[in-house]
Each structure stands twice: as C-alpha cells, then as structure tokens.
Ligand binder design. Structure first.
Ligand SMILES: Nc1ncnc2c1ncn2[C@@H]1O[C@H](COP(=O)(O)OP(=O)(O)OP(=O)(O)O)[C@@H](O)[C@H]1O
Length: 237
C-alpha cells in the first residue's frame, strides 16, 4: 500500500438529484454530501448496493453530469480545477491531460482500425505517431488481443475484446488520474489478471485510480480501500 500519496481528486458536499419528468417532475436525490479524496498511487473502489449512485458519481466526476451542489476538484497541472463549475473547454483540457476514463462499453468512430483507436489516445497528448502505434501494439498484446485483430475496426469484436480495446485506450495515455467503470465486467480470469497487473503498475507510477468493480477477486487485488455509497433516500430516512 502506498502511504506517501497526495490528493489528486477531492469532492466536497456533492449533491445530485434526477428530475423524473414521467412522474410529474418529482425530484429523486441520488448523491448526498459526498466527501471523497483519492490520492496519487492509490486505488479506491466504490462500493454500496445497486442503485446507491456509483455510476452517477463516476459520470459526475468525469464531467458528464452536472452536480446540483458541491465541488469536484481535480489536480490539473499544479492547480485545482473544479469540474462542477468548469467551462466545457477546461473540462476537455482536464480529460486530455489529467483525467482518463475507461467505460464499460466501447464507443468509437466506425471503420477506424483498433491500433489507431488506441494510439490516438497518446498522439492527442502530443506523442509521435510511430511511437504511439508501437506502444499501442505492446499494450494490446499484453491484454491478449492477438495481432491479427489490430488492423481491424473493433465493431465486430466480442464484448471482452472490445473491453480490452477500451482498457488499452484508457491506460496508454498515462493520465495522472484514472476512472475505471467496471473494467473487467466482460473479461475471463486471464484477462482480469492482466488488468490487475496494469493497475498495479499505474499505482506504482503514482496514478490515482477510482473504480467500480463488481468482481470480488479483482476488487480485492486492486483496492487499497473502499468508499461506500448509501442510497440517498435511505440516508435521508
Ligand atoms: N439519468 C437518470 N435519470 C433518472 N434516474 C437515474 C438516472 N441515472 C440513474 N438514475 C437512478 O439513480 C439511482 C442510482 O443509479 P446508479 O446507476 O448511479 O447506481 P449504481 O450504484 O451504479 O447501481 P449498480 O450497482 O446497479 O450499477 C438509481 O435509483 C437509478 O434508477
């Protein structure tokens, strides 16, 4: 366990509700006063029952959802950016250089070869194309994606193959903060082990990692601690 880390992501008093338009505009609170810190070099895993708001928090932390109240502070190039109030351009800059995200499902531009999809995550950050392709190939092979698939677009890949393309794309950038949304949901044991190895290396390099991981052996292998969310209505009751 890494004890020398410094805060990379901090939330203060985060509240988020959904307005249910089909139920006469009723407001449903989902996140109540979330206070979370993730330090460099550690992996925190969100826990709590289904519906507690884990995915909602992840999407809020990536700037996909606006929160109603509170701050989402991201350590970006030696200063703090509050994603709760940042303008879209700042959110994109934070995503490019600081905050990586591995979602459960691959969403990509059609007809682009897998190797280019993965390499692009690095060239966007200023890397040389040839070097990015070499690193993409190494990472895809490490995730057991055979070379014959590298030059094909991933649209026809299996669920587990697509998830590994997503993982390669998420890890190649070397972002200082990484959000992992069920990164091993479609993987077999060998590939889950490959992900455990990548997470361990990223932590050793100082990456701050926050994940949703339902699979218990993987969770136990990567988590330094758990952060529990409680259903908001229950907390209010
Ligand atoms: N866009 C939305 N509009 C309305 N309600 C939503 C929306 N997204 C999520 N919810 C509701 O918010 C609550 C939290 O959902 P969320 O997906 O964040 O839970 P979770 O903890 O990730 O659950 P699971 O472990 O089952 O994936 C649920 O009651 C869900 O129905």
């Amino acid at each position: 366990m890494n004890t020398a880390g410094h805060p990379m992501l901090k939330t203060h008093g985060v509240h988020k509700s959904f307005t249910l338009h089909l139920q006469g505009g009723t407001t449903m609170p989902v996140l109540e006063n979330v206070e979370l810190t993730v330090n460099s070099g550690e992996c925190v895993v969100l826990s709590g029952p289904s519906g507690a708001g884990k995915s909602t928090l992840m999407r809020s932390l990536y700037g996909n959802y606006r929160v109603g109240e509170g701050s989402i502070l991201i350590r970006h190039q030696d200063s703090w950016v509050d994603l709760a109030t940042a303008d879209p351009r700042s959110i994109l800059a934070v995503r490019r250089d600081t905050l990586g995200y591995v979602s459960q499902f691959l969403r990509v531009v059609p007809r682009v070869p897998t190797i280019e999809i993965v390499a692009e995550a690095l060239t966007l950050r200023g890397a040389d194309h040839a070097e990015a392709v070499t690193r993409a190939r190494t990472l895809l092979l490490r995730l057991n994606l055979p070379e014959r698939l590298h030059n094909l677009p991933p649209a026809t890949f299996s669920g587990g193959e697509q998830q590994r393309v997503n993982l390669a794309r998420g890890f190649i950038g070397g972002h200082p903060i990484l959000l992992l949304d069920e990164p091993t949901a479609s993987l077999d044991a060998i590939n889950r082990d490959a992900v455990v190895g990548l997470v361990a290396e990223a932590k050793a390099a100082g990456t701050a990692i926050l994940g949703i991981v339902h699979d218990l052996p993987t969770r136990d292998a990567i988590a330094d601690r758990l952060f529990k969310l409680y259903p908001a209505q229950m907390a209010a009751a």
